[in-house]
Design a protein around this ligand. Structure first.
Ligand code: ADP
Ligand code: MG
Length: 299
């Protein structure tokens, strides 16, 4: 019997994803064997410091960039084995994106409703259907009265909400957002988050948000931390607004990262003692230093 494929049930699978950037004689390992599973219907935040590899990950998942090694799958698409034509179809229909730079999301000379219609025109939707759906999307995001304004006539938060509507135009399975609130103040950022949650709950779109702002974990059920190009810990809330629990992730060979604060508090380093209990695992500092080990032998 063969073991089921890693993440067989998940909508998004990243399996030991590696992305190395080679510039002249410098090599940057932006992703260093990243594992991530996201289920259909989830709203997930991926949080990490600047330079931790978040945009690189979204670049791969959105089909813009190819990983150096590892496996990445979204729905039925193997992101390492797509032809250019499939890639285009993937980018137009399966996924939607909202970028940090508001200017990158919308065309300045089109009105809000025209911006939302544009991706539908690319896939050949009928003109009347486009207009109707675009207005419905704007309405569901609270922008019905902004439909005829150009981006420059909208606030930053409104622009990002129009960007969300545009990203949702072709009914993607997944919406990716890279620092969607990065250029906004807290209150406006919360508005944009509400719009992303609306896309998730009302339309059932799976939403993946990456940000350096650890505060988002109060806005979502699941927050995955990324450090040095790998996922490390996860914060989960079983019910919305409920208490948060922190989890460490175990990779397939059993490696787990103990948060630095815990390692410091108990002096855990190099080697720990493990004890299997009926329903949990005990972890103790190795209180025999290197010298004591020898003492043990002498006894
Ligand atoms: P984040 O979005 O979390 O800030 P990035 O994914 O943008 O992180 O970058 C991760 C690492 O890869 C950083 O060290 C960054 O300098 C490097 N990097 C990103 N893009 C490129 C590129 N096109 N060429 C070379 N290095 C890059
Ligand atoms: Mg980034």
């Amino acid at each position: 019997m063969t073991a089921p494929e890693y993440g067989a049930e998940a909508l998004i699978v990243c399996d030991s994803l590696v992305r190395i950037y080679q510039t002249d004689d410098v090599e940057v390992q932006a992703l260093q064997g990243l594992d991530l599973l996201v289920d259909e219907g989830e709203l997930v935040a991926i949080v990490g410091a600047s330079g931790s590899g978040k945009s690189t990950l979204l670049g791969v998942l959105s089909g813009l960039d190819a990983p150096t090694a590892g496996r990445a799958r979204v729905a039925d698409w193997d992101l390492l084995a797509m032809t250019p034509k499939q890639r285009l179809r993937y980018r137009r229909s399966t996924v939607g994106f909202v970028w940090q730079q508001t200017a990158r999301n919308l065309l300045p000379f089109l009105t809000a409703v025209e911006n939302v219609e544009l991706p539908m025109a690319f896939v050949g939707a009928r003109r009347s259907d486009r207009r109707r759906r675009a207005l419905e999307l704007l309405d569901s995001l609270g922008l019905a009265d902004r439909a005829d304004r150009r981006p420059a006539e909208l606030s930053g938060g409104e622009q990002q909400r129009v960007a969300i509507a545009t990203a949702l135009a072709n009914g993607p399975k997944v919406l990716f957002a890279d620092e969607p609130t990065g250029e906004l103040d807290r209150a406006t950022g919360d508005e944009v988050f509400a719009a992303l949650r609306e896309a998730n709950t009302a339309l059932g779109t799976t939403v993946v948000i990456v940000t350096h702002d650890a505060g988002v974990s109060s806005q979502v059920r699941r927050t995955v931390s990324i450090r040095d190009g790998r996922t490390s810990t996860e914060v989960l809330r079983r019910d919305a607004g409920g208490p948060a629990q922190e989890f460490a992730l175990i990779d397939r060979v059993g490696r787990m990262q103990v948060p630095a604060a815990y390692r410091r508090a108990l002096g855990l380093h190099e080697r720990v003692r493990l004890e299997l209990e009926a329903d949990h695992l005990g972890v103790w500092p190795d209180d025999h230093g290197a010298d004591d080990d020898h003492e043990e032998e002498r006894r």
